[in-house]
Design a protein around this ligand. Structure first.
Ligand SMILES: Nc1ncnc2c1ncn2[C@@H]1O[C@H](COP(=O)(O)OP(=O)(O)OP(=O)(O)O)[C@@H](O)[C@H]1O
Length: 249
């Protein structure tokens, strides 16, 4: 099976503090892979490294066998990797439609064409309409994003993340702060929208992780202590001791 993301001996230090320590990680193409671990383990830092917001101190990161470590985020995005953020990252005063259209415009290379009437670009309009439908927000089309419910904002953010057609998606805690019912809807949405793509997800909710992931990696104090199928992770004594405890026993 071909590899979507590969980390080889990646380390990240801030001053004298070592936050990511010799991480080797492989995510196969088409796989849904969850990254779990206690607060402060380094999950967001790893996301920042993969998506180019930080550079590794040591080691290399590959996207489909091409080295991407050292490239800026927009170039990594152009190569087909898109990420969402832990904190909702939408333009609050713009409508749902405008937020999505902005992401589609950027992805289709129209970003400098501000003098054109963007409503006359059929491929942009059609793609925006498709994503609006995919994220179930057709009825909220003209509502300013800041007035959406929190769960709707997170769905919009997932729409923005997939707008460019990237086939490798990184989602950082997409269900954080949601009710049980909202979480179930979000998981169904993520499952549908990532069909046939590669997903790397950071998530604290173990029902989401074990329901969604084909494989799971456990990060503790900046090190991957285990990587495997949900069953392998559930039964791994090191993982139980370091993180899961009796939570999923
Ligand atoms: N820019 C930075 N400078 C110094 N230390 C940092 C920086 N960014 C992160 N850290 C430290 O690195 C460690 C890992 O942080 P990180 O946010 O990656 O963890 P996390 O696993 O995502 O945590 P959480 O689950 O709480 O989001 C923490 O101890 C944090 O304080």
């Amino acid at each position: 099976m071909s590899t979507a993301i590969e980390l080889r001996g990646v380390e990240k230090t801030f001053g004298i503090t070592s936050v990511i320590r010799n991480v080797n990680l492989t995510v196969a193409q088409g796989e849904r892979h969850a990254l779990i671990g206690p607060n402060g383990a380094g999950k967001s830092t790893l996301f920042n490294l993969i998506s180019g917001y930080m550079k590794p101190s040591v080691g290399s990161i590959l996207l489909r066998d091409q080295v991407i470590s050292g490239l800026p985020p927009f170039q990594i995005n152009r190569r087909g990797l898109s990420r969402s953020f832990q904190v909702t990252n939408v333009f609050a005063k713009m409508s749902v439609w405008e937020n999505l259209r902005c992401a589609v415009l950027w992805a289709t290379g129209h970003r400098y064409a501000f003098w054109k009437n963007i409503d006359n670009l059929p491929e942009v309009r059609d793609r925006t309409a498709q994503i609006l439908q995919d994220i179930n927000l057709v009825s909220r089309r003209d509502v300013p994003a800041g007035l959406l419910t929190y769960a709707e904002q997170r769905a919009l953010e997932i729409g923005i993340t997939i707008a460019g057609g990237a086939d490798v998606i990184l989602l950082d805690e997409p269900t954080a702060g949601m009710s049980h019912a909202e979480t179930e809807r979000a998981v169904a949405l993520i499952r549908r929208l990532t069909e046939g793509r590669t997903l790397l997800i950071v998530e604290h909710d173990m029902s989401v992780v074990f329901g969604l992931a084909d494989r799971i990696s456990v990060l503790v104090y900046g090190q991957i202590i285990a990587s495997g199928t949900p069953e392998e992770i559930r039964g791994n004594p090191k993982v139980k001791e370091a993180y899961l405890g009796e939570e999923v026993a």
